[in-house]
Write a protein that binds this ligand. Structure first.
Ligand code: ATP
Ligand code: MN
Length: 467
């Protein structure tokens, strides 16, 4: 086969260099044939669009043509010509075809219109479908947008540890990390496991959040963000929870809760605008195939001001709804940790736009949040989104050493884990704030996908760690 430099299909489809010889490589999506011509739709992942390969059947070996099946990988040389049919602007008149990888009829992606549940059982191949190709291209673009947003604002990307020895992050159940022989655990008189011979000499786990270390960095570098994997062994089988997910956690010295809300709102709008500006082809596909309201919802987010509301006022609205006959599965009262149905009621029914709920009861929030004067609430802020519920959780942090220490003691958090964190308040403490955005929750919103298992390549959930 003649050596020609490969062109990506995304570039090819923009080209007007008709009559030039090109090489494309990719996987067969579909093939149609008549007596004289065969048409192969080839996709190389660079774009959701396929390029059409037109094959003059007489000019090619019959046995080779039989191998042009769905899923097969081809290298094609041919002439770039203007397309006469609808759809694409160009197509390729094949001169030489090499089958790089054959694909027989056991290929699991032969049939179109499979369920999402089925696609999860073939997660190793699903990136080759239109839907998952679109989702993972958008996932990449969102990661890029996030780094760009923070970099342009002068934030530093800070790497917090994935293995941690403090079990006080308080955000969820942790996975343990150990090299001990689980068949032969050493225990003390009380029956507690002895960790001194373990790898780290003490109990260690996978992180549930990089925030505490993020605060150390913010009180040195000024403004930082983390973007890494987080692990929560919560046994909740919901469409919005993963055991392994990616989180973005900005933390900023001298920001109060209002600055924090401003940052969160600007950040989400930037990401959504980025998707509209750079991923429209994929978003249009998802809008047509998965969620008809997607584009409209994305556009509406970037031009609406988010509602800012105190928890206490949110509870009042929910109680009024109950009094007026609205049925919730879970009870509503001051002090309750809001369920997703409550959050969605506020966002989707009451305000019809995103809501930032603030000043939650301290009992349902973490120890490090700044305490309000009322003695009952803390300066927390959750950003609630249509269809998702909580997409961001954040707060202004308690900067006062005495108050923080009192809260730590009140909750019985072991001091051996906390000394380094408390040092930020002991040495040059400053007001500061931050939040955590679940990357996959953002992707649910931007792609219109209904289940969080379908916006991460290889989901980890209770009873599932395949691939
Ligand atoms: P939720 O109430 O929805 O379980 P949370 O209050 O436990 O969330 P935070 O500890 O505030 O969550 O974490 C910050 C952000 O991380 C959340 O706003 C959400 O976007 C995301 N997040 C939390 N838990 C998960 C999870 N199990 N899977 C995916 N994303 C998550
Ligand atoms: Mn939260």
């Amino acid at each position: 086969m003649k050596a020609i430099r490969r062109t990506r299909i995304s570039d090819l489809l923009k080209s007007t260099a008709y009559g030039t010889e090109v090489n494309v490589r990719g996987w067969v999506r579909t093939r149609r044939s008549s007596k004289q011509v065969a048409f192969v739709a080839l996709n190389d992942g660079s774009t959701i669009s396929n390029v059409q390969i037109v094959i003059d059947v007489e000019k090619f070996d019959e046995d080779m043509l039989k191998l042009l099946t769905t899923g097969a990988c081809l290298s094609v040389n041919g002439m770039l010509v203007e397309s006469i049919g609808g759809g694409q602007s160009v197509e390729i008149q094949a001169t030489e075809i090499e089958v790089l990888g054959e694909c027989d009829n056991t290929y699991p992606l032969q049939k179109k219109g499979q369920t999402m549940e089925y696609m999860r059982t073939v997660a190793h191949l699903r990136p080759r479908t239109n839907t998952f190709g679109a989702v993972f291209r958008i996932r990449h673009n969102m990661a890029y947008a996030i780094h760009k947003f923070f970099h342009d604002k002068g934030f530093y990307y800070f790497h917090t540890p994935i293995i941690t020895a403090s079990d006080c992050e308080g955000a969820g159940q942790m996975f343990q990390v150990t090299t001990m022989n689980l068949y032969d655990l050493k225990k003390d008189e009380e029956g507690c496991i002895k960790y001194d011979s373990d790898f780290f000499g003490k109990q260690a786990s996978l992180t549930v959040s990089g925030q505490l270390e993020g605060e150390l960095a913010a009180t040195a570098l000024g403004a930082i963000y983390t973007f890494g994997p987080t692990f929560r062994a919560e046994n909740s089988n919901t469409p919005r929870h993963l055991a392994e997910f990616w989180m973005i956690e900005p933390e900023v010295a001298f920001n109060d809760i209002t600055d924090n809300m401003d940052l969160a709102e600007e950040f989400i709008k930037y990401c959504v605008q980025w998707a509209l500006d750079h991923c429209m082809e994929d978003i249009t596909f998802l809008n047509n195939m998965i969620d008809k309201g997607l584009i409209e919802r994305l556009r509406s987010i970037v031009d609406t001001e988010f509602v800012r509301l105190a928890y206490t006022d949110g509870i009042k609205i929910l109680e009024e709804a109950v009094a007026a006959g609205h049925k919730f599965e879970f009870p509503v009262y001051w002090g309750v940790d809001l369920a997703s149905e409550h959050e969605r009621y506020l966002v989707e029914h009451h305000f019809k736009r995103p809501v930032i709920l603030t000043d939650y009861p301290k009992e349902i929030k973490a120890f490090y949040m700044k305490q309000n004067e009322d003695g009952k609430t803390v300066r927390a802020m959750d950003v609630l989104f249509p269809k998702i519920g909580e997409i961001i959780g954040g707060s202004e942090r308690e900067a006062d050493y005495g108050k923080l220490l009192a809260r730590i003691e009140e909750l019985g958090i072991p001091m051996k884990d906390m000394w380094w964190y408390l040092d930020t308040r002991r040495y040059g403490s400053c007001p500061h704030s931050g939040f955590g955005l679940g990357f996959e929750r953002l992707l649910l919103f931007v792609t219109g996908m209904a289940n969080i298992r379908d916006v991460i390549p290889f989901p980890r959930t209770p009873n599932n760690a395949e691939f």
